[in-house]
Design a protein around this ligand. Structure first.
Ligand code: COA
Ligand code: AMP
Length: 630
């Protein structure tokens, strides 16, 4: 263990307030906080600041206006563009002026439905500047999901792009926005559309405005000065999958978020002023919010915004090429991306030929990193590959090896150690800590570290549910154990959330959609193992008497999930089965279904209602696979 890590961990526990107070000094506060932690009001009470000012203006004021802030590298369109800190301030300030023209004020919500283009970053920073609360919706979500978020966030303005480019395909975004607005009860004032050359969208005035026209109109407007925000004021809302069909609107604050991200760059990723950093995620996810946009800019680094895929844009060498081209020092991606690269380039010839340039470490998160993938990547790259763990709710890593504190301990299959600021406890069903090596619910003792959520938007009740099972402890929803060397091993979720290609999805939500289709008596959706995506959803459906043919039902439910939830759900497999396996009390035995579909050995649980059902299901699956391939 590194001494620096141990010191930081001890300090964060022994004198939490001094530890975070020192971390907070890295930022420019308008009013310094009066207290570090207050049970009622959270972190940094009394402190005021502006996140966009801390991300842009202060670096310029310190003479670094010409340093590169953002590199847009888009194999999807063949463009590479750089923006210095001064240019990024000008561009985001211009969008802030556009929003001002539309009368967007502090506390108003702005929904963004935009792909991986610089305008998305401009827009996020513009909102932060004027104190509007942004809510970025991932482009892979369908209109109905977008509508749910619009109804919850009640934005005055939506910022959208005409299309996204996914690999070689153009995905039209604007029709999704139009449909979502028809589905939503909330009425928005304006939709501002950035027209991309790949596919221009039809605009419906007076609601729809052309981004460039509005920009031109506001060209002589002064850039709005940064709004004074209380530390606890919301910076953004990010919706994520919860255990109900309704998305969970995680609220991120301004002050503690900026403090936590700044600390993480220096102590986990080892990134500071002028260092190129790349998180190959999407701005629609928390990784994109934290590590494409805010964290690198808060520390004056250079961030890479990559519009492409790990493979196919144009080949499995694209990650290494991008890393070398921009001199990336720390790189963050999801294990699924590495599995996709490995599948196409098993001998890592691209990696060998291109190299990794100045790269010092590769960080993985978003889903379980299987030991085999980590081993392959370490072997081929010769670099430390650091698995680390966190969640949308927390906003930044909670389990990691703090690489920049010199902690390089790694064990394949473990996500590392508690990050200073987080006190992890593994609890049994009785709410008592389990023994080392024993698995239980992974919880975090209150208070959660700076940066973590303190509420859901509109004060939705879901927030308290996280603390309901174990009072005083936040239930992460993951199960796992500490081993005797202190490594924390994540074994999977305790709820119905699955991670598909690093995307967090709710099987419960998919079940609701499937169950509503004609001819479905009952259904279950589970996460099956997948060699590339880690997990994929698979639906088991029991047809009603007189329902359509199994093949028709299967097509219908797959289409419905895609239509209602979105392509990102990736539900491509469904089976019609005679019955679902259930306990005598009527609970569906999902683990058993998972084993059957994974082709694993299974024992018939003693609690099963009808022991013949598992074999009936296995036979039904075999028959449908034969007919699908025959
Ligand atoms: N906008 C619109 N559609 C999108 C989208 C977006 N931003 N992102 C994904 N989709 C669509 C895809 O086009 C695909 O549609 P299809 O079923 O018509 O092919 C579907 O959603 C599923 O996408 P995805 O899960 O990304 O699968 P894929 O086969 O297109 O790509 C990988 C597979 C492994 C290359 C890709 O999933 C990947 O790069 N994953 C890494 C994810 C990641 O970084 N997550 C961040 C968490 S840290
Ligand atoms: P998200 O909120 O989308 O970041 O998803 C968070 C969930 O992803 C966690 O609760 C875990 O279930 C899973 N997850 C994230 N990182 C890891 C990791 N390193 N290992 C295992 N699971 C992970």
């Amino acid at each position: 263990m590194s001494e620096a890590y141990q010191r930081a961990l001890n300090a964060s526990i022994a004198d939490r307030d001094a530890f975070w107070s020192e971390a907070a000094n890295a930022l420019d506060w308008i009013t310094p906080p009066q207290t570090v932690y207050d049970t009622k009001e959270g972190w940094f009470k009394g402190g005021t600041l502006n996140t966009a000012y801390n991300s842009l203006d202060r670096h310029i004021a310190a003479g670094r206006g010409d340093a590169v802030a953002l590199i847009y590298d888009s194999p999807a369109t063949g463009q590479i563009k750089q923006f210095t800190y001064s240019e990024l301030l000008e561009e985001s300030g211009r969008v802030a002026a556009m929003l001002r023209r539309l009368d967007v004020k502090k506390g108003d919500r702005v929904v963004l439905y935009m792909p991986m283009i610089p305008q998305t970053v401009f827009a996020m920073l513009a909102c932060a500047r004027i104190g509007a609360i942004h809510s970025v919706v991932f482009g892979g979500f369908a209109a109905l999901e977008l509508a749910k978020r619009i109804d919850d966030a009640a934005p005055d303005v939506i910022l959208a792009a005409s299309c996204g480019i996914e690999g070689s395909r153009v995905i039209e975004y604007k029709p999704m926005v139009d449909e979502a607005l028809e589905l939503a009860s909330h009425k928005v004032g304006h939709v501002v559309v950035f027209q991309r050359e790949a596919r221009r969208a039809e605009l419906h005035p007076p609601r729809d405005l052309d981004w460039e026209e509005l920009r031109a109109q506001s060209i002589n407007d002064p850039i709005p000065s940064p709004e004074t925000m209380a530390s606890g004021d919301p910076l953004y809302i990010l919706y994520t999958s919860g255990t109900t069909g309704t998305p969970k609107g995680v609220v991120r604050d301004n002050g503690s978020h900026a403090v936590a991200l700044t600390w993480s760059m220096a102590n986990i990723y080892g990134i500071g002023k002028g260092d190129p950093f790349w998180a190959a995620s999407d701005v629609g996810w928390v990784v994109g919010h934290s590590y494409i946009v805010y964290a690198p800019l808060l520390v004056g680094a250079t961030t890479v915004l990559f519009e492409g895929k790990p493979v196919g844009t144009p080949d499995p060498g694209t990650f290494w090429r991008t890393i070398v081209r921009h001199g990336v020092k720390s790189f963050f991606t999801a294990p699924t991306a590495i599995r996709a690269i490995r599948k196409e380039d098993p001998d890592a010839t691209f990696l060998r030929d291109i190299g990794t340039g100045d790269l010092r470490a590769i960080f993985l998160a978003g889903e379980r990193a299987d030991p085999d993938t980590i081993g392959w990547l370490e072997d081929k790259s010769g670099l430390p590959v650091i698995d680390h763990w966190w969640q949308t709710e927390l906003g930044w890593p909670a389990i990691a090896s703090c690489f920049a504190l010199g902690d390089l301990r790694r064990k394949r299959g473990s996500a590392g150690f508690p990050v200073p600021g987080y006190e992890f406890v593994v609890l049994g069903e009785d709410g008592q800590p389990v023994e080392t090596g024993e698995s239980g619910a992974i919880t975090i003792k209150e208070p959660l570290a700076p940066g973590a959520f303190r509420s859901l938007w509109n004060n939705k009740p879901g927030y308290d549910r996280n603390f309901a099972s174990f009072p005083g402890y936040y239930e992460t929803g993951d199960a796992g154990y500490f081993d005797d060397e202190g490594f924390l091993h994540i074994m999977g979720r305790t709820d119905d959330i699955i991670n598909v290609a690093g995307h967090r999805l709710s099987t419960g939500q998919m079940e609701q959609i499937v169950a509503e289709q004609d001819g479905i008596a009952e259904c279950a959706v589970i996460g099956a193992d997948d060699a590339i995506k880690g997990m994929i959803p698979v639906a088991f459906i029991v047809a009603r008497a007189g329902a359509a043919e199994p093949a028709v039902l299967v097509r219908q439910v797959i289409a419905a999930v895609r239509e209602e939830l979105g392509a990102v759900a990736a539900l491509k497999t469904a089976y019609v089965v005679p019955q679902l396996p259930k306990t005598r009390s009527g609970k569906i035995l999902r683990n058993l279904l998972r084993k059957i579909v994974n082709g694993e050995e299974y024992l018939i649980p003693a609690t099963i209602e009808d022991p013949a059902v598992p074999d009936l299901i296995r036979n039904a699956l075999a028959a449908q696979e034969t007919s699908a391939h025959g």
